[in-house]
Ligand binder design. Structure first.
Ligand code: 13P
Length: 287
C-alpha cells in the first residue's frame, strides 16, 4: 500500500538520515527501485515529473502500475508515490488519481501567489492524508525543458511557506538539476543552516542529488535535509548499460532482440545506483 511521505521523513529528520526520491520513467525503473528498497529494507519515494506522467500514459496508469507492483512483488517497506515539480493543476490531478504525495513548485510565482496556492493544496492534501512538498527559491538546471539558475532561497520566505502546514520543504541552496558544471560553487550551507534554524523540525528536501560529493550530502543531512532527489544519475546508468549491451552485439544475436533482455542491463544498473545512494543517505534498514 502506498503511504504518505510524512512519517518516513519525520523519522529521517529525527534520525539524521535521508530518504531517497528516485524518479521513474517506465516499468523497469519502477521495478528496480522497489526491489532494491525491499532488499535493503529502506523506505523509498518514487518521483514522477509531469513529463514522465504524460509518457507513462497519465497519473492513473502510474498509480495502477505501482500499486500492482507493490502487491505482486510483495513490497512491505514504506513507498510514497510523489509528483515531482508539479504545477498547481498537476498537483490536483495527482491528488485525484491516488498519488500519496505531491510537490507543488510555486517557486516561480511571486511569494504571495506561492503562499495562496500552497495554502489551497495544504487543505486538499490534509483532507486525503497526502504529504505535500513546497518549494522556495528555484533549483537550477533543466527540469522537463524549463531551465533555471541555481538560487539561494530567502530563509524568511521558507519560514512563511513552512508555517502553512506543508509536510516538507525544498529550498534552493545553490543546487542544480542534472550534471554540475565545473565552476559550480557547491551547496550554500550557510543558507541551509539559516533555513533549518527558522523552520525547526520541517524535513528539508535537496533536489539535484546527481553529482553532489558524498561529504556535502552528509553535511546537508546533518543540517536538516531528510529527502534527496536523484534522477539524472539513474538515467545515465540506464543509458550507459544499454549502450554497452548493444555495442557488445548481444542484441543482434537472435533472442537478444527480446526487449526483456535488452532492458535488463539498464534495470540492473539502476538497482546498483539506488543501492549506492541509499547507503550514502543512511536509509538502509530504516523501513
Ligand atoms: P538530478 O536529475 O540532478 O538527480 O535531480 C533530480 C531532482 O531533483 C528531481 O526533482
Amino acid at each position: 500500500m502506498l503511504v504518505s511521505a510524512k512519517e518516513m521523513l519525520t523519522k529521517a529528520k529525527a534520525g539524521k538520515y535521508a530518504v531517497g526520491q528516485f524518479n521513474i520513467n517506465n516499468l523497469e525503473w519502477t521495478k528496480s527501485i522497489l526491489l532494491t528498497a525491499q532488499e535493503l529494507q529502506s523506505p523509498v519515494i518514487l518521483g514522477v515529473s509531469e513529463g514522465a506522467g504524460k509518457y507513462m500514459c497519465g497519473y492513473k496508469t502510474i498509480v495502477g502500475m505501482v500499486n500492482g507492483m507493490i502487491e505482486e512483488l510483495g513490497i512491505t517497506v514504506p513507498v510514497a508515490l510523489h509528483l515531482d515539480h508539479g504545477s498547481f493543476e498537476g498537483a490536483k490531478k495527482c491528488i485525484e488519481a491516488g498519488f500519496s504525495s505531491v510537490m507543488f513548485d510555486g517557486s516561480h510565482y511571486p511569494i504571495e501567489e506561492n503562499v495562496e496556492k500552497t495554502t489551497e493544496l495544504v487543505k486538499l492534501c490534509g483532507e486525503k492524508g497526502i504529504s505535500l512538498e513546497a518549494e522556495v527559491g528555484a533549483i537550477g538546471g533543466e527540469e522537463d525543458g524549463v531551465i533555471g539558475k541555481g538560487e539561494c532561497a530567502d530563509p524568511n520566505e521558507c519560514k512563511a511557506i513552512a508555517d502553512l502546514g506543508v509536510t516538507m520543504l525544498a529550498a534552493g541552496i545553490g543546487n542544480i538539476h542534472g550534471k554540475y558544471p565545473d565552476n559550480w560553487e557547491g551547496l550554500s550551507f550557510e543558507t541551509l543552516d539559516a533555513i533549518q534554524k527558522l523552520t525547526g523540525d520541517m524535513p528539508l528536501v535537496l533536489h539535484g542529488g546527481t553529482g553532489i560529493p558524498a561529504d556535502m550530502i552528509k553535511k546537508a543531512i546533518s543540517l536538516g535535509v531528510a529527502k534527496i532527489n536523484v534522477n539524472t544519475e539513474c538515467q545515465l546508468a540506464f543509458a550507459d548499460a544499454t549502450r554497452k549491451y548493444i555495442e557488445a552485439g548481444k542484441d543482434l544475436q537472435g533472442k537478444g532482440f527480446d526487449p526483456r533482455k535488452l532492458l535488463a542491463p539498464g534495470a540492473e544498473a539502476i538497482k546498483a545506483t539506488v543501492k549506492e545512494k541509499m547507503e550514502l543517505f543512511g536509509s538502509v534498514g530504516k523501513a
